[in-house]
Ligand binder design. Structure first.
Ligand code: ARG
Length: 457
């Protein structure tokens, strides 16, 4: 494979008095696609040579030898000299290398000896797996695969939302009415039970009290409540795995929020020992005013733990279990502030700075639906499984129309349909909101988007 960056650096080195390795380090990739493939900034040279960066770029341009087939042209843009790779040479070298290496194309041991946690998907038990969860699943899986390919020891964690006071209600509802349901569509049935028990709780204080008791019993690991909770989890996972199987996604760990339920005391003790865990209206909080953020609640006024406490326990656990260099949280931007708070509070856990620096929230935008065709149930909740099956069906219809005699039609329809959904998600800007539109996703005409960038390092 031709290393274009290195070759450009060598060419520049022939025009100025600098080692090519120094030059190579400073070569950038222009942000705009139409500004070429590589850019050499001349700002630092300007100080030494006492000329404007633009003038230096011009001089290099006149002196540089571009007579081979490597570079199509060079252009001065501001204080940069930008290079446009010769697409034919580029394509040929990529295809040649791909032919040789096949599955190993792009593999390296760059990350050898380093541990990276990618936490992704993380749906909530007994709640629908919605389209936002699809995004974290796809982006997270792409990051997981990329790190793995780069030689990192990569750990994929599905931090299931399987804990919290609502499970006291779920347990009560399930206990009362489970015989009325078939659980063929477990999430639908569980949601229905949840709505019913909530209504009952509103009407009857006593039921609400029983639900609170249930959660307390669950927290105390009482057998009966734990077994019901286990049942709810199994039913939900069965549903989630229909999606994961379609997408061919696997996790190394399914340790969700509940896993940390017996690991919270250590967090609270550590925070207490810093003197920064203070009482506020009966609850225990960490004040973050000096960091310009609202306080982070650690314990509710009734003493129960919350989402944040469990995340802090997870950080502590992961430092010990995985000794991570990076711990990435692929979670929608709605939780931007939350993660800032958690990472700030994590500094009080008395852990090595390496771990604090390794914590990173990989945020992403929301998905909006182009209303109309998509099968929506209960307002705007789209069942991801339906969506994936629809993609396969639509790809099948297109195949039928364009290539009716092709063999393995079903298999190809599945690959194309699922592939299109994945590509659509990753081709969109990660942070921007996205509009889900079948016509764009399954458009086989013209140029498919070529920008396929994920911010990895
Ligand atoms: N279960 C959460 C949700 O569906 C996402 C969990 C994100 N991860 C975390 N460590 N807090 O919104």
């Amino acid at each position: 494979m031709i290393d274009f960056k290195e070759e450009i650096a060598k060419k520049i080195a022939k025009t100025i008095d600098l080692d090519y390795l120094e030059i190579e380090k400073t070569i950038e990739i222009p942000k705009e696609k139409n500004m070429g493939d590589y850019a050499y900034p001349c700002f630092r040279l300007a100080k030494v040579l006492k000329k404007s960066p633009q003038m230096i770029a011009e001089e290099i341009k006149t002196k540089i030898d571009l007579t081979d087939d490597l570079i199509e042209k060079a252009e001065v843009i501001g204080g940069y000299l930008n290079f446009y790779a010769n697409k034919k040479t580029l394509t040929e070298t990529v295809i040649k290398e791909f032919d040789q290496k096949q599955e190993d194309y792009g593999k390296s041991d760059f990350g050898k000896g380093k541990n990276v946690i990618v936490e992704y998907s993380s749906p909530n038990i007994a709640k629908p797996f919605h389209i936002g969860h699809l995004r974290t699943t796809l982006i997270g899986n792409a990051l997981y695969n990329t790190y793995k390919y780069l030689g990192y020891n990569t750990i994929g964690i599905n931090h299931l939302g399987d804990y919290g006071t609502q499970f006291g209600k779920m347990i009560e509802g399930y206990k009362r009415w489970n015989k009325e349901y078939s659980f063929e569509n477990p999430i639908d049935d569980l949601m229905n039970i949840y709505v019913r028990i909530n209504e009952l709780c509103k009407e009857d204080e006593n039921v609400l009290e029983i639900c609170r008791e249930n959660f307390k019993k669950l927290e105390e690991h009482q057998e009966y409540e734990v077994s019901l909770w286990q049942k709810l989890k199994e039913l939900s996972l069965k549903e989630f795995y229909k999606i994961y199987d379609l997408l061919d996604i696997k996790f190394d760990s399914l340790n969700g929020e509940a896993f940390y339920s017996d690991k919270l005391q250590e967090v609270i003790k550590k925070l207490e020992s810093t003197g920064k865990l203070v009482e506020s209206q009966g609850a225990k909080i960490i004040d973050l005013e000096d960091k310009g953020m609202p306080p982070c609640m650690i314990c509710k006024s009734n003493g129960s733990s919350i989402y944040a406490t469990r995340d802090l326990a997870a950080i502590l656990y992961r430092t010990r279990e995985y000794d991570f260099d990076k711990c990435l949280y692929v979670v929608a931007y709605e939780q931007n502030l939350y993660f800032k708070q958690i990472f700030e509070v994590a500094k009080l856990l008395d852990i090595d700075e390496k771990y604090i620096n390794g914590l990173e929230h990989v945020s992403f935008g929301m998905v909006h639906l182009k209303t109309g065709k998509m099968s929506t149930r209960e307002g705007n909740v789209v069942k991801v499984e339906d969506l994936l099956n629809e993609a396969i069906e639509r790809a099948g219809n297109i195949l039928e129309e364009k290539n009716p005699n092709i063999e393995n039609k079903d298999d190809i329809a599945k690959k194309v349909g699922i592939g299109a959904v994945i590509f659509n998600d990753l081709a969109n800007s990660r942070i921007k909101d996205e509009i889900f539109d079948w016509d764009t996703i399954l458009n086989f005409q013209g140029e498919t988007r070529t920008i396929y960038t994920i911010h990895v390092c």
